[in-house]
Design a protein around this ligand. Sequence first.
Ligand SMILES: *[C@@H]1O[C@H](CO)[C@@H](O)[C@H](O)[C@H]1NC(C)=O
Ligand SMILES: *[C@@H]1O[C@H](CO)[C@@H](O)[C@H](O)[C@H]1NC(C)=O
Length: 224
Amino acid sequence: MKAFIVLALCCSFFSSSAVPLAFEFSDCDDPHVFKAVDAALKKYNEDRATGNQFALYVVMEAKRTAGPDPQYYVKYRILESTCAAEENKHWQECHYKVSAEAKTGECTARIHMNDADKTTNISQECKIFSDVSKIRYTVAPCLGCFHHISSDGSEVSDILEKTIQNFNKNSGEPALFKLVEIKEAKRQVVAGWNYIIKYEIEETNCSKDQFQDLTPECKITSRG
Ligand SMILES: *[C@@H]1O[C@H](CO)[C@@H](O)[C@H](O)[C@H]1NC(C)=O
Ligand SMILES: *[C@@H]1O[C@H](CO)[C@@H](O)[C@H](O)[C@H]1NC(C)=O
């Protein structure tokens, strides 16, 4: 029996066609929510002529309307970055300003993105606080840091499914391999989400000659 421990470095899946469900509340980690917040924050930064740009700190709340052409209602926190407004950089390329004078803010925005005519209507209000200590952070803020995420969410399993499929397609092994255990899952907020997932796979009794892909009948070959 063969086993591998594999590290998946994975990019965000904005291009995948995960269709959001018609629920009123949206997961703050939903890529569509991220896209909406990104659009709103970009607009906020564009509208600022002076000072520093703000970078996303956290999405606190997200709702969307049901139906095909959704509007998003989001509440998010921003933190001053080291990029000057006139640099015209995208906020994801900026670093958080680490200083007691760093400004922070909270925005509520309504975003309507129309994919058909590529227009985005945004109305939002941001409250800026100049005293960061007024907002209590549980973790030191850090754009670009990896944070641990739950390994049993669909976010991780969707990625692993694709990754293992890819491993099986490209491995030089005669048998298909199957997930045994997720060791670690981390996510980074930068231009979408980057993932690091460490997982273990083992050989199954399905040979690549007979099977294109894993099926429920493929079992991990017994140990020992
Ligand atoms: C955006 O606002 C304009 C003017 O209010 C309106 O004509 C347009 O239909 C809106 N677009 C979307 C996608 O809501
Ligand atoms: C793999 O093993 C399982 C359980 O022993 C069995 O049900 C299944 O038919 C086997 N698959 C193949 C392709 O031999």
